[in-house]
Design a protein around this ligand. Structure first.
Ligand SMILES: Cc1cc2nc3c(=O)[nH]c(=O)nc-3n(C[C@H](O)[C@H](O)[C@H](O)COP(=O)(O)OP(=O)(O)OC[C@H]3O[C@@H](n4cnc5c(N)ncnc54)[C@H](O)[C@@H]3O)c2cc1C
Length: 376
């Protein structure tokens, strides 16, 4: 029986268990359904609602539905909108703008975070997408690619150059409907990780945007991005806690019953060590993620948590990869047979090393914060 050390707060464990229990029967009904059906079912369960407003509660809800076996791609997309857009925009938008945006919590309006461009994602100040002032508003031209949910999104949060050069004030953020004339949904990518959630390209061809589509001030795009990405790095990997715990449980059960060399596999110290390393990965990840949620709930601005958020993202993503490696080793050939009881998804954990900032570059940023004169 896999019993993890419990979190300090019993109420949080109760929320995890409540959403696990509520989502479990739905998970079976949703198997094989399309992304939007699954998204809507989870929104109806209240996953995107910020009613009680705490990050800790939202994280527990995300962990709970993951633990119920809701498709990891769907849970990732929900966590991405919730933590990478809803929470940071609540802190950034004016009260009137938030009131207009807040309906996204019912799940019928899906938002995408369109930052990456064809020539690279890690260097936002090299972006080519431009917004030039015209009359009271802006005209947007450019293209964003590898965007989660772009093929189905109703609203676009994007970043564009409003001044030349690499000044920290050269970028601005915009939020607008995806059906604004001039927004073209380009290529859709058949991705190997988190494959349930669609990914695509958005082309902006002379998109006329009113002035109130600007998020914050003109020139504050990098600051908005610093906030959305710090939020993402801090807690988005909460989506992985459910899949990690499920894998730990499945492999432990397997090791406890598979017979090899005249005894069950779990009699081997080497097997036991892999299981305890997996448990350690889950425990460490939970502890770090809920600690970040507590810091955010205490009112610490996300941008002040940039270094801790990066360390959390690096640690949890790499623990997810290591845990998957251990599970794959213990599953043997079954890991590579699609309809076996232990098929491995290696791509999704590996993708976490790249999105929300590649770990290699996050490490450079952390070392810089410690005072090393290192640049990207
Ligand atoms: C599942 C998934 C979902 C995504 N969803 C979105 C989304 O919704 N919106 C969005 O805008 N983007 C999204 N992306 C794109 C993601 O943000 C980019 O992949 C990321 O920013 C990295 O950009 P890149 O892939 O161009 O990698 P690159 O910038 O080309 O970097 C690739 C690798 O090169 C190495 N490298 C490059 N430069 C350096 C350096 N100076 N120092 C050290 N190492 C270096 C590192 O190993 C790095 O991992 C998603 C990606 C994935 C995998």
């Amino acid at each position: 029986m896999t019993e993890l050390p419990r979190l300090g707060c019993a109420a949080t464990e109760e929320v995890v268990a409540e959403f696990r229990d509520r989502a479990t029967p739905i998970a079976e009904l949703l198997a094989g359904k399309g992304f939007l059906d699954q998204w809507q079912a989870m929104a109806e369960l209240g996953v995107l609602r910020m009613a009680q407003g705490t990050v800790t509660r939202s994280l527990a809800v995300i962990e709970g539905i993951g633990l119920a076996g809701i498709d990891p791609g769907v849970v990732y997309a929900l966590a991405s909108q919730l933590f990478g857009m809803q929470f940071p925009l609540r802190a950034t938008l004016s009260e009137a703008a938030w009131a207009e945006f807040a309906h996204v919590q019912n799940g019928q309006t899906l938002v995408c975070h369109a930052l990456t461009e064809r020539k690279g994602g890690s260097d936002p100040l090299s972006m080519d997408t431009r917004a030039r002032r015209e009359g009271d508003g802006y005209v947007l031209d450019g293209a964003k690619t590898f965007i989660t949910a772009a093929p189905v999104a109703d609203l676009v949060l994007t970043f564009a150059r409003t001044a030349e050069g690499r000044s920290p004030f050269a970028l601005s953020a915009f939020l607008f409907p995806a059906d604004t004339p001039g927004v073209i949904r380009g290529s859709e990518f058949d991705k190997t990780a988190l494959s349930t959630v669609p990914m695509g390209e958005l082309v902006f061809d002379g998109v006329r945007l009113p002035a109130d589509s600007l998020v914050g001030e003109e020139g504050s795009g990098l600051a908005v991005m610093a906030s959305t990405t710090a939020w993402e790095r801090a807690v988005i990997l909460g989506y992985a806690l459910g899949p990690m715990r499920r894998l730990l449980r499945r492999i432990t059960e397997w090791a406890g019953r598979r017979e090899q060399f005249g005894r069950v596999m779990g009699n081997s110290h080497q097997v036991a060590a892999r299981i305890s390393d997996m448990a350690m990965a889950v425990h460490r990840s939970r502890t770090l993620l809920y600690a970040m949620a507590a810091r955010l709930d205490a009112g610490t601005p996300a941008r002040q948590l940039a270094a801790e958020a990066a360390l959390t993202k690096i640690s949890v993503s790499e623990d997810y990869v290591r845990l998957t490696e251990h599970a794959t080793a213990l599953s043997g050939v079954r890991a590579f047979i699609a309809d076996s009881e232990l098929p491995a998804d290696l791509h999704s954990p590996m993708a976490a090393l790249t999105y929300a900032g590649p770990n290699d570059l996050l490490r450079v940023g952390v070392a810089r914060q410690f005072g090393l004169p290192v640049e990207n």
